[in-house]
Design a protein around this ligand. Structure first.
Ligand SMILES: NC(=O)c1ccc[n+]([C@@H]2O[C@H](COP(=O)([O-])OP(=O)(O)OC[C@H]3O[C@@H](n4cnc5c(N)ncnc54)[C@H](O)[C@@H]3O)[C@@H](O)[C@H]2O)c1
Length: 256
């Protein structure tokens, strides 16, 4: 029960249906519940979000689904206010929502650029701005930002994704320094290649799979269950002396 009594908001967590491939947010939500937290699952995918939360409730857990576009400030206001009225002040915010745009520089439209920066960077700013006042009044909080190894190193494509994930990493450190004295910790997790609903089709393709596995020192592609423990650790009080830091969970890719 490493998160006993904590209230957590996890964005982009709709993909947590038992029996299907889970995303990081959905798998994290289940793990948070099993560790004793109350969890607000948010996403733009209401059907999957409702179905996931319905399984969680049937299993006896305290979970709620809320529709939430993380790029929209009024959605953030509503989600945080409703979380406070249902479960209480959030102790943990996991900024996990995201998607990808596989374009090199010349192929990247201004719309794709904006969408990627909004979902990966602006959302971290909006979410932090919304939860910090109540966390400060409570005297504690942990914000975990799911960045990527693509926020640390380059690759042949996903230009705007790299920019957004890099921004999420440095924004993490900026917010951490600003609010350390308020006992609000902010850290980033940098997953490597993992099979989730976002990557499943792409990683299944055999040439792509071989290219990936050749790049991963441990010799396998990860899953959400490889990434979630780092999120739980940063959310929990076990990491109380860790802020403005980053955990890379990638089977050794960026160590090379
Ligand atoms: N899978 C990987 O290999 C990998 C590697 C590094 C980082 N990541 C990052 O991990 C995070 C989770 O991705 P995942 O692979 O678990 O995929 P996923 O598709 O399971 O999760 C992403 C979720 O975000 C939601 N979402 C997208 N835009 C949104 C918005 N504007 N508002 C709210 N929700 C929105 C989607 O509906 C989806 O449910 C993402 O930020 C992704 O960039 C994934």
């Amino acid at each position: 029960m490493r998160l006993k009594g904590k209230v957590a908001i996890i964005t982009g967590a709709a993909t947590g249906l038992q029996g299907s491939v889970m995303g990081f947010g959905g798998a994290a939500a289940w793990r948070f519940l099993r560790e004793g937290a109350k969890v607000v699952v948010t996403d733009i995918d209401s059907d999957s979000g409702q179905a996931t939360v319905s399984q969680m409730k049937t299993s006896g857990f305290d979970a709620e689904f809320m529709y939430h576009d993380v790029t929209n400030s009024s959605d953030w206001e509503r989600v945080v206010a409703d979380t406070i009225s249902i479960f209480g002040v959030p102790d943990v915010l996991v900024n996990n929502a995201g998607n990808s745009a596989r374009f090199n520089v010349e192929e990247t439209s201004e719309e794709a650029w904006k969408q990627q920066i909004d979902v990966h960077a602006k959302a971290v700013f909006l979410g932090s701005r919304e939860v910090i006042p109540s966390m400060r009044m409570k005297g504690a909080g942990s914000i975990v930002n799911v960045s990527s190894i693509y926020g640390l190193v380059g690759s042949p494509t996903v230009t705007a994704y790299h920019a957004g994930k890099g921004a999420s990493r440095i924004l993490t450190k900026s917010i951490a320094v600003q609010y350390a004295k308020d006992n609000i910790r902010v850290n980033s997790v940098h997953p490597g290649y993992a099979v989730t609903p976002l990557t499943n089709n792409f990683f299944e393709e055999s040439e792509q799979r071989k290219w990936l596995i050749d790049r991963i020192p441990v010799g396998r592609i990860g899953s959400a269950f490889d990434i979630v423990p780092a999120i739980v650790f940063l959310a929990s009080d076990e990491s109380s002396f860790i802020t403005g830091s980053e955990i890379v969970v990638d089977g050794g890719v960026v160590a090379k």
